[in-house]
Design a binder for this molecule. Structure first.
Ligand SMILES: C=CC1=C(C)c2cc3[nH]c(cc4nc(cc5[nH]c(cc1n2)c(C)c5CCC(=O)O)C(CCC(=O)O)=C4C)c(C)c3C=C
Ligand SMILES: [Fe+2]
Length: 446
């Protein structure tokens, strides 16, 4: 039993929100047999009941949230705050193939000492029930409980805000499959710590984690609220490790205009887009309990923005191999023209061989592609009074070696290295979405 159980006993006046809702529905667990051999702690009961809450949540709130006015944005795209994505039954977790929303809060967690597999199981059940609520624009429990001494289960800052296309995506780090929880035999085949890579400048405090949550939404407060309440639900089982608040999505989805990174260049022009490409490069198939899942690589990449801002447009364009305004490959006219990496002029490659796109393109990497779903971030100013900002690079792929292969080349030769520094790094396995009546990563425990 972890100290969280004791704390739950102590906090009589807390409105337990998701926990109570889950516990109250335990009679409707989808498959009680599945848990028959599990030690049934209070948390175990939550785990059994999570499916019931899920079903209830779907039945009760499944319709679309009341439509609101469409808010036109500067990029010409309208934000429809009423959009909500389904959590259950979609095979893949939302937040991967989902068109990138404008804001993202990314957080990793370490599992607290003394936590058991049953505690983890309960956490995933409670997080699943909570995420299902949040993605519909609902609180995870009472914002205003009736008794004056009761602590609200939901922190309340998203009250009256619509779902805003919120997605919350759970990742499991390599640590979940070490000797702490008896889950080593369930380790996703390709999940292991990333090796040291060229140009790494990693800080331990910005790296690793047993679990990750990526919350993306069109409204930053909706994304932050989700992470805050989920971290609260996890208290006593997991502790926060590192977090990044991302904005101005720096990758485009299939139907979106290409956004710009903080270096002012369009980012996401040549990304994984079609269902076929997702099948080929992102989703895991025939991978036991991970089928329908994927791997997530997160890198916090700091930019030396002040130095970049002082460099000439010619060298900026050479760094990426693209023009700044249009985003066209050098030597071409339009953004979506195909780069010609062989073209030369006056004996020089038109796209320098050490340009970012020349090194990263699938044509020059044995056909390898990864899905980039990154966000800009800022941490204010650094100790020298300079802008502290960069790219929260988040990528999804069905083989983490694809990232390793690309970053080995980029870290060794990329002109961009003069202006960036990889300061944080982590890898996670992203399980498939649960069916209605089940919860994330449930098959880990059967
Ligand atoms: C290991 C993978 C990659 C890292 C790390 C990475 C960092 C990084 N990228 C930019 C900006 C741009 N990247 C662009 C293209 C691009 N980048 C990668 C991979 C990594 N980038 C790939 C696979 C590609 C596609 C290459 C191609 O097929 O042409 C571009 C060009 C526009 C686009 O196609 O998206 C930009 C701009 C930054 C600023 C950065 C780290 C801070
Ligand atoms: Fe890139």
């Amino acid at each position: 039993m972890t100290d969280s159980h004791e704390r739950q006993g102590d906090l009589d006046d807390v409105d337990h929100g998701v926990e109570d809702a889950v516990g109250a529905t335990q009679g409707s667990a989808a498959d009680p047999q599945q848990h028959a051999s599990t030690h049934v702690s209070r948390r175990g009961l939550f785990a059994m009941g999570a499916g019931g809450l899920a079903v209830g949540a779907l039945a009760g709130f499944g319709g679309t949230v009341a439509a609101q006015a469409m808010m036109p944005q500067d990029d010409g795209e309208a934000v429809d705050a009423s959009v909500s994505h389904p959590f259950y039954g979609n095979v893949h977790q939302a937040g991967v193939q989902t068109e990138p929303q404008r804001h993202c809060v990314y957080m990793t967690f370490d599992v607290d000492p003394g936590t058991t597999a049953t505690d983890l199981q309960s956490l995933f059940a409670m997080w699943s029930a909570g995420i299902a609520q949040l993605m519909q624009g609902k609180p995870v429990g009472l914002v205003q409980p009736p008794r004056a001494a009761a602590v609200p289960a939901d922190t309340g800052e998203a009250t009256d805000l619509s779902p805003n296309a919120l997605t919350v995506t759970l990742g499991l780090g390599p640590g979940i499959f070490d000797d702490r929880f008896g889950l080593a035999h369930k380790r996703p085949t390709l999940l292991k710590k990333l090796p040291a890579l060229p140009s790494d400048n990693l800080q331990a405090a910005l790296s690793g984690g047993d679990l990750s949550l990526q919350a993306c939404a069109e409204d930053p407060q909706v994304a932050y609220h989700a992470i805050r309440d989920l971290a609260r639900i996890g208290r006593g089982t997991v502790s926060t490790r590192w977090t990044v608040m991302g904005f101005g999505r720096a990758s485009a989805g299939a139907n979106q205009m290409t956004p710009r990174n903080l270096m002012g260049f369009k980012d996401g022009t040549r990304n994984v887009r079609s269902d076929d490409e997702f099948r080929q490069f992102v989703w895991l198939d025939d991978a036991d309990w991970m089928s329908g899942g994927t791997y997530q690589v997160a890198r916090k990449i700091q930019m030396n923005i002040e130095i970049w801002d002082a460099s000439g447009i010619g060298s900026q364009q050479d760094v990426f191999g693209r023009t700044k305004s249009e985003g066209a490959p050098l030597g071409e006219k339009k953004e979506f023209d195909t780069p010609d990496f062989a073209a030369t002029e006056h004996g020089q490659h038109v796209i320098p061989q050490n340009a970012h796109i020349a090194l990263a393109a699938h044509e020059n990497n044995g056909g390898v592609k990864i899905l980039r779903r990154s966000y800009n971030y800022t941490d204010g100013i650094n100790q020298f009074g300079q802008l502290d900002a960069g790219l929260m690079f988040i990528a999804y792929m069905n083989d983490p070696q694809h990232f390793v292969k690309l970053q080995t080349r980029l870290g060794s030769y990329d002109q961009l290295n003069e202006y960036i520094s990889h300061i944080g790094s982590a890898i996670f396995a992203v399980p498939p979405a649960p069916e209605a009546g089940h919860y994330l990563a449930e098959k880990l425990f059967s």
